[in-house]
Design a protein around this ligand. Structure first.
Ligand code: SF4
Length: 292
């Protein structure tokens, strides 16, 4: 663990300024992400260096289709997320804090930043191009990103963040010089979806897309859930908004599967997903369907 960045003391509480939730955290408690705790008046990043998930993945699995295509990337994940999506497909680590590590099957390693960089370099012979922070929400472990991305870049590695984009502009801008590519979830194009299903809001995510697209390679992912975010009008509006930023930004429309607290609806029909992709292609150059 390590003292967090982006917080201020408020009496015996602390206010975290990392993401738009702006949690005011009582002594001993964590913020909504489960991993940033008020410990005796100091905000602590509890998951610093904790890596329960580490794998060499095809870069297309992030998904990134137009960035180092055909290569592999060392993919690391920790605990916690600042969204609470009812349909989360990674809830085993995303909706847990560091105190869960002893209860989880498999090994949680403590990996120093330089060790992760060296591990990534050692895998170059197997086609590895760098390090991706993925599986849980990487920004809630901001300090580990800050401590790892810079030596990774200095070592000549490619750096990737797979994120929900729900982060404040100042910490985002500070990190972007050390990020080569991002896949950002735009979970829907309505604030109601973000409020009711994710416990968040849409505008900060769109702001992250705008800022990131100006500084690094960006691809976007929408997990299509029938009846929730699958309307032709909604996907069309999303695609037109993306095109207003840059029509060459790739959009991945992925099929969801029932998970976590949303056992229904069943996955979208493949033909419906292909039709949504055609709608998006009216505005965008690169639209992919996934999980089909
Ligand atoms: S990063 Fe976590 S503690 Fe900080 S404001 Fe967001 S949810 Fe709250």
């Amino acid at each position: 663990m390590r003292e967090a960045m982006y917080w201020e003391a408020q009496g015996n509480r602390v206010r975290c300024a990392l993401c738009p939730h702006g949690c005011s955290i009582a002594p001993g408690e964590t913020g909504r992400c489960h991993v940033r705790r008020n410990r005796e008046g100091t905000l602590i990043s509890e998951t610093w260096g904790l890596i329960p998930a580490l794998a060499l993945d095809p870069i297309e699995k992030k998904p990134l289709r137009r960035f180092h295509s055909g290569s592999w990337i060392l993919s690391a994940g920790s605990y916690g997320c600042n969204l609470s999506c009812l349909f989360c497909q990674n809830h085993g680590i995303s909706q847990r804090g560091a105190d869960h590590q002893g209860n989880r099957e498999g090994e949680t390693r403590v990996v120093e930043p330089q060790s992760l960089v060296e591990e990534a370099l050692a895998l170059r012979e197997e086609g590895n191009v760098g390090i991706a922070f993925t599986y849980n929400e990487p920004f809630v472990g901001y300090e580990y990103l800050w401590d790892t991305l810079r030596p990774a870049k200095e070592a000549g590695l490619v750096t990737v963040l797979v994120t929900n984009g729900f982060v404040n502009p100042a910490p985002l801008e500070r990190l972007l010089p050390y990020v080569d590519a991002m896949n950002i979830d735009v979970k829907a194009f309505t604030d109601g979806f973000y409020r009711d299903l994710c416990g968040a809001s849409l505008d900060p995510v769109l702001e992250t897309v705008r800022r990131a697209a100006a500084r690094c390679h960006v691809e976007l992912t929408t997990l299509v859930i029938p009846g929730e975010n699958s309307g032709t009008d909604e996907i069309g509006a999303l695609a037109r908004w993306i095109a207003s930023v840059d029509p060459s930004i790739p959009l991945h429309l992925n099929r969801h599967h029932p998970d976590y607290l949303m056992p229904t609806p069943p996955p979208v029909e493949r033909e419906s997903l292909y039709r949504l992709a055609e709608t998006a292609r009216m505005s965008l150059s690169h639209v992919y369907v996934g999980n089909v």
